[in-house]
Design a protein around this ligand. Structure first.
Ligand SMILES: Nc1nc2c(c(=O)[nH]1)N[C@H]1C(S)=C(S)[C@@H](COP(=O)(O)OP(=O)(O)OC[C@H]3O[C@@H](n4cnc5c(=O)[nH]c(N)nc54)[C@H](O)[C@@H]3O)O[C@H]1N2
Ligand SMILES: Nc1nc2c(c(=O)[nH]1)N[C@H]1C(S)=C(S)[C@@H](COP(=O)(O)OP(=O)(O)OC[C@H]3O[C@@H](n4cnc5c(=O)[nH]c(N)nc54)[C@H](O)[C@@H]3O)O[C@H]1N2
Ligand code: SF4
Ligand SMILES: [Mo]
Length: 767
């Protein structure tokens, strides 16, 4: 019987602890790791397919350089890094000479399971004097971060959910049954369903698998969440449902909020959302009766109309009713190291968008590069992200990648973004290196998981930290004898000893840690060196919470050192902070929650059902990027991994499909303001009338088995309008895209059917 190895699932950001058996480079069996203190053995339907991530024939195994004709040729690591370093230096010198801001655009820095490379990549961006940072978070969560900054005082004051202990779960715009998104999601939903004392309300246009088991489902018209949530808040206040004691003790600005809510024409707005007043009253009844409500939201409102306003209203729901900082409610959480940073209102010179959490909207990446502006971005650096498939408006993104003076992609696979880049650098996979994420969103106890590798790096690949360290060395920024000297300094004195080097060039910090402290870590865990400053800061800022989690009375640097050692020694992960509920206020930057956010109250007042009608040219609402049983972002690329949905079908109701004289299985065209794609139609009558859905996580170009490539499923962002976006956060409205359905032409049908046939053959052959 072969051994079980501990790791984590990297197919969504919940990162469940798992145990796997392996054979060669394949993962042959997967089970939940019961010793993982957070996920406690939980797994969803996707984890069993994990082997398809790193073990396939489209892995990168050598650096590639783009030829004039657009194809790539293999080059050695030495040559690739030498050429890239020379170009980076030339651009940096030109930026400095012109007195303009650094012109590197950095995208990514980590995906669902890997954040070890990001810190090193950001160091490079810093050396390039650039603040231009884009990522998946800046096309989904930045509106939420902006609101957190206003209400709690910090954009890293991110909220946690108390799903496992709540007596009312309010689910808005997400489908945990298929997408998970929080710890042990399916078990948690089942527990609520089976407990007569616990309730669930779902706000989602579609009768989702989660809505199916809810006590109340409000199937609102897509894009009307701000109206419905506004009306619900107004009803709560009308019925005196606010928690006066909580508001008086912990918040300010309630009177302004109350006045704004008092002006809401409740019935008009409920009518506009096209839900029954009776059902809304039942939902409000449940909220007012709840001892402990948790609100769980995701892309349905964060990538929907009025998204930043929605993020405000959902927070008001739990704050006005005092469902915060108690067991089973929402709260704030700690960080080992924050995954994003604080911005202070700086804006892009090119688009005028505000930096939020240190990021610019991914939606504006192409504009930053393609702008006719002296300070446009000139270098595009992509690490662990595939914007050619995942950012809005594929055509513009592709143009921007080509237009950059230097484009570099670091990935494990030959992605659609890599296919256009000047240089492609092959990374070791998440199973071939020490890895971790900063997706630690729990309160009152929070957890961290550093995973050891399962395999050696695939020959030809390097760990990201090593790639950056070699690049910094090539740039002459790391002196070998200084490194040797510092590598001998004990951990607790290292940062002080390194301070002359860091003062001269602060950007090298992560790489310096990797080359010095990293060298001393057991079993090749060098990348973990970047966690050390996080341990020091945490031990200083919240020693008691760390002491409780580790059950020790060590203090200061000794406490930090103990935490760091325990992280290294616990392959199932560990608790790193433990608070009591009343300590939640210590995590908040403001002294009291600022309930009144003037920009958002005036946005709320400006809502007008009359101006919010659909465009008769594009009468349907498309969920452009639905989470399904077998999709997982762009992480699993070989077609064979999918047990369902081989074509990435369009889901459409019978009546909406019949309206274009098509039937299930037909190829149909989806047309938006910016593009047209041809997709296979499949019936889903759980959708709302007029709503259609395309899956996230398709559109990969994969080897066809005959020396060519074939595109697997829809490239959904070909039809996304990057300018249809949130006015504050610039995030796209993926969940409510105006489209129409047409019959596909004979030529389109023939081409689509040909590709599908190739894909089906690959699936039958198991590749
Ligand atoms: N299977 C699977 N799971 C995943 C992923 C994956 O690719 N596949 N990706 C992971 C990632 S990165 C993320 S961010 C999460 C996302 O997880 P979710 O946000 O839960 O997933 P989505 O399917 O994108 O959309 C959520 C819901 O929004 C609803 N919706 C559409 N329009 C509206 C609207 O106007 N209002 C409201 N209230 N709801 C609306 C849709 O019907 C859908 O049920 O999933 C994670 N988990
Ligand atoms: N239309 C539409 N677009 C969407 C969405 C939608 O719902 N609709 N959802 C959005 C959301 S919520 C998200 S999170 C994004 C996700 O989109 P992306 O940010 O592009 O992230 P992933 O799809 O997770 O893919 C990450 C890349 O990392 C690579 N990778 C995996 N492991 C490693 C590693 O160890 N090292 C390196 N260097 N690379 C690695 C993978 O091969 C893959 O190419 O998509 C967004 N785009
Ligand atoms: S919930 Fe997410 S991390 Fe957990 S097994 Fe499923 S895909 Fe993997
Ligand atoms: Mo996401």
């Amino acid at each position: 019987m072969s051994e079980w190895h501990k790791t984590a699932c990297s197919l969504c950001y919940v990162n469940c602890g798992i145990e796997v058996q392996t054979e060669g480079r394949a993962i042959t069996r997967v089970r939940g790791d019961r010793e993982n203190p957070r996920s406690r053995g939980y797994l969803c339907q996707k984890a069993q397919r994990l082997t398809w991530y790193g073990d396939h024939n489209d892995r990168l195994t050598t650096p590639l350089r783009r030829r004039e004709d657009g194809t790539h040729e293999p080059v050695s690591w030495e040559k690739a890094l030498r050429e890239i370093a020379a170009k980076l230096r030339a651009v940096r010198d030109a930026d400095l000479a012109a007195g303009r801001p650094g012109s590197m655009a950095y995208v990514g820095g980590g995906g669902q399971g890997n954040h070890s490379g990001g810190g090193y990549g950001l160091a490079l961006r810093k050396w390039m004097n650039s603040s231009r940072f884009f990522g998946a978070l800046s096309q989904e969560k930045t509106g939420d971060f902006w609101v957190n900054g206003k209400m709690f005082g910090g954009q890293t004051n991110h909220t946690a959910e108390g799903v496992e202990e709540c007596d009312l779960l309010l689910v808005i715009g997400c489908n945990p049954w298929l997408a998970n998104g929080f710890n042990r999601a399916r078990s948690a939903v089942n527990d609520i369903k089976n407990d007569p004392g616990r309730r669930m309300v779902v706000i989602d246009p579609r009768r989702t698998e989660t809505a199916e088991v809810a006590d109340v489902h409000l199937p609102l018209r897509p894009g009307t969440d701000a109206y419905l949530l506004g009306a619900m808040l107004a009803l709560i206040i009308e019925r005196g449902g606010q928690d006066d004691e909580f508001l008086a003790t912990h918040t300010e600005g309630f009177d302004e909020v109350k006045a704004a809510l008092g002006r809401i024409p409740v019935d008009d707005w409920i009518t506009h959302a096209e839900v029954e007043r009776e059902d809304v009253d039942r939902a409000v009844d449940l909220i007012l009766a709840a001892e402990a409500m948790t609100v769980r939201v995701e892309l349905g409102i964060q990538q929907g109309r009025n998204s930043t306003l929605n993020s405000y209203l959902e927070k008001l729901l739990y704050l006005l009713t005092g469902n915060f900082g108690r067991p089973g409610t929402n709260a704030l959480h700690t960080w080992l190291m924050p995954l994003w940073s604080e911005s202070r209102g700086e804006r892009s010179e090119i688009t005028g968008f505000e930096y939020i959490g240190g990021m610019l909207p991914l939606n504006t990446l192409a504009e930053e590069i393609l702008a006719d502006h002296p300070n446009r971005a000139r270098v595009l650096w992509v690490e662990s992200s595939n914007p050619a498939n995942t950012a809005a408006d594929t055509a513009s993104v592709e143009r921007a990648i080509r237009a950059a003076e230097l484009s570099v992609v670091i990935d494990v696979a030959f992605t659609e973004t890599a296919a256009l880049a000047d240089y492609v650098l092959p990374a070791a996979s998440q199973h071939e290196k020490w890895e971790f994420t900063f997706f630690d969103f729990e309160f009152p106890t929070n957890y961290f998981h550093l995973r050891p590798p399962l395999f050696d790096p695939l020959p030809g690949t390097l760990v990201e930290a090593e790639i950056y360290a070699r690049l910094f060395e090539e740039l002459g920024l790391l002196d070998a004898s200084t490194v040797d000297e510092l590598a001998r300094v004990p951990r607790v004195e290292l940062l002080k000893a390194a301070s002359p080097v860091l003062q001269e060039n602060p950007a090298v910090a992560p790489v310096l840690l990797y080359r010095t402290l990293g060298r001393t870590l057991p079993n090749g865990a060098a990348v973990a060196a970047v966690l050390w400053p996080g341990c020091l800061t945490l031990a200083k800022r919240m020693p008691v919470a760390v002491q409780r989690a580790l059950d020790t009375d060590l203090e200061g640097p000794a406490l930090a050192s103990e935490l760091f050692d325990r992280i290294l020694a616990n392959p199932s992960g560990l608790a790193f902070t433990r608070h009591s509920y009343d300590e939640v206020w210590q995590l908040m930057r403001h002294d009291r929650v600022h309930l009144a956010v003037p920009e958002l109250l005036s946005w709320l007042e400006s809502l007008d059902p009359e101006r919010d009608r659909s465009d008769p040219e594009y009468p349907l609402s498309l969920i452009n990027g639905q989470r399904r049983r077998h999709n997982a972002n762009q992480i699993l690329r070989p077609p064979s991994w999918r047990r369902t949905d081989p074509d990435g079908a369009l889901h459409v109701r019978t009546d909406d499909l019949t309206a274009v004289s098509a039937e299930a299985g037909d190829w149909v065209a989806i047309v938006s303001r910016v593009g047209r794609i041809v997709v296979r139609a499949e019936i889903d009558d759980s959708l709302r009338k007029g709503q259609v859905a395309l899956p996230h996580g398709f559109g990969m170009s994969v080897p066809d088995g005959h020396g060519g490539r074939v595109v697997h499923g829809p490239r959904i962002n070909v039809i996304t309008d990057a300018h249809d976006r949130d006015p504050i956060a610039g995030t796209p409205h993926h969940k409510d895209m105006p489209v129409r359905l047409e019959r596909a032409t004979a030529a389109e049908v023939a081409a689509a059917a040909r590709d599908a046939e190739v894909v089906h053959a690959l699936i039958s052959a198991g590749s």
